[in-house]
Design a protein around this ligand. Structure first.
Ligand SMILES: [Fe+2]
Length: 386
């Protein structure tokens, strides 16, 4: 029996080689003055920022540059961007970059409209939480295929005071338009391709085995997993291979659509406190946790994990939990992401704090996992992943 579902995705997704050249035209359909939200250097070095600015000028769209985004964007960065957007009367936000720039742009769009610190819109567990009612429209231009942020309604912001790093969602954070140009993705260095590609794989696997998995997204996830398993190693072998870049970017869109509906699971819930406290790279944390998470979760949804096994090339009686684990470890070695948490700089002085944070701030993910975990389970997975 097919599960009941609702599917809502109000994002105009423009995918294709050369689609970056349509940025000005698409921006002109959204607003008259943009806050451009991007990082400090890469979009300057690769010329994309300059290209964007000249397209906006050609369409007579004013812009204000906010180039302070760093990996794991913080509430301070978001509040500053929102203040500038308000002071300079920007009527839309352009996110230019990878997941961090897009997540920051989406969060800025909320606070710029309400005038409240972003944390008031995130911390739903606090008494002074305010549900956002309005947001500036968002144009998302992806330069790094990994988080699915261009096609979902989710943002992740780290609180500098507490190291909390929750993911939060709002229908107001769906980008109005998302532009994904595989030609642009050719500029992504090899290590970054591996890292972001593995994040896509996690989104698809987790969306596929999530307890709230979604009938439409199940199909998207199967295909996205196939693409990542086949094309990520290809993209790493030949960095100029446009075909594999295109498939990864497409897989990322499918995974983003899925995340909106099927959500992530315990794996992402466990990783967020690690990058929140230790500043580690999100997908490296996922890679370090993945084998032990898989081992813990497999028996909760064996038929789905078997299907994942078949995507990794396992057939018949060989398609077992143990063999899938080996396949995953080989895949991680192949893409040079077979890491341990200790190598990333994680310390487990008090693992229960990390485990409690996973449950408190990413409780949805913990509940969605095929096998629900308590504090002790999470501590065991963390320790085994060191
Ligand atoms: Fe992720």
């Amino acid at each position: 029996m097919i599960k009941d579902f609702t599917f809502y995705l109000p994002v105009k997704i423009i995918f294709g080689q050369g689609s970056f050249e349509r940025v000005g035209e698409e921006a002109s359909l959204i607003g008259k003055k943009a806050l451009i939200v991007t990082g400090r250097s890469s979009t300057k070095k690769n010329g994309l920022l300059l290209n964007l600015q000249s397209q906006l000028e050609e369409k007579k769209i004013d812009w204000v540059l906010y180039d302070h985004v760093r990996p794991n964007p913080t509430n301070v960065i978001v509040d500053e961007g929102a203040r500038i957007a308000r002071e300079r009367s920007c009527d839309f936000v352009i996110g230019l970059g990878g997941g961090s720039a897009l997540d920051a742009a989406k969060a800025i769009a909320l606070s710029a409209k309400s005038g409240l610190p972003i944390w008031r819109h995130i911390a739903s567990w606090e008494e002074d939480y305010v549900k956002p009612e309005e947001a500036l429209p968002i144009l998302a231009i992806e330069t790094l295929a990994g988080t699915g942020s261009e096609s979902d309604n989710i943002s992740v912001v780290t609180n500098v005071a507490t190291n909390e790093k929750p993911g939060f969602a709002s229908p107001l954070m769906f980008p109005r338009t998302a532009i994904v140009d595989p030609l642009v993705l050719l500029t992504v260095p090899k290590r970054m391709t591996a890292i972001t590609g593995f994040d896509i794989l996690c989104h698809t696997v987790e969306g596929y085995v999530s307890r709230v998995s979604h009938p439409v997204c199940e199909i998207l996830n199967e295909r996205a997993m196939e693409y990542v398993v086949e094309y990520l190693p290809e993209a790493l072998k030949d960095e100029k291979d446009l075909d594999s870049r295109g498939y990864l970017a497409f897989a990322n869109i499918l995974a983003g659509i899925s995340l909106t509906h099927s959500r992530a699971t315990l794996l992402h819930a466990m990783e967020h406190p690690l990058s929140g406290y230790f500043g580690i790279t999100h997908a490296e944390g996922l890679a370090a946790l993945f084998p032990k998470w898989l081992e813990f979760s497999y028996d909760g949804y064996p038929e789905r994990f078997k299907r994942i096994g078949s995507i990794f090339g396992l057939t018949g009686s060989d398609n077992t939990k143990e063999n899938l684990l080996e396949k995953v470890k080989d895949f991680l070695k192949d893409i040079e992401l077979d890491v341990k948490l200790s190598e990333l700089g994680v310390r487990l002085d008090d693992p229960r704090v990390l485990a409690r944070d996973s449950i408190k701030y990413m409780g949805g993910g913990v509940k969605n996992n095929p096998v629900e975990a308590d504090v002790e389970d999470i501590v065991r997975i963390l320790e085994a992943s060191m």
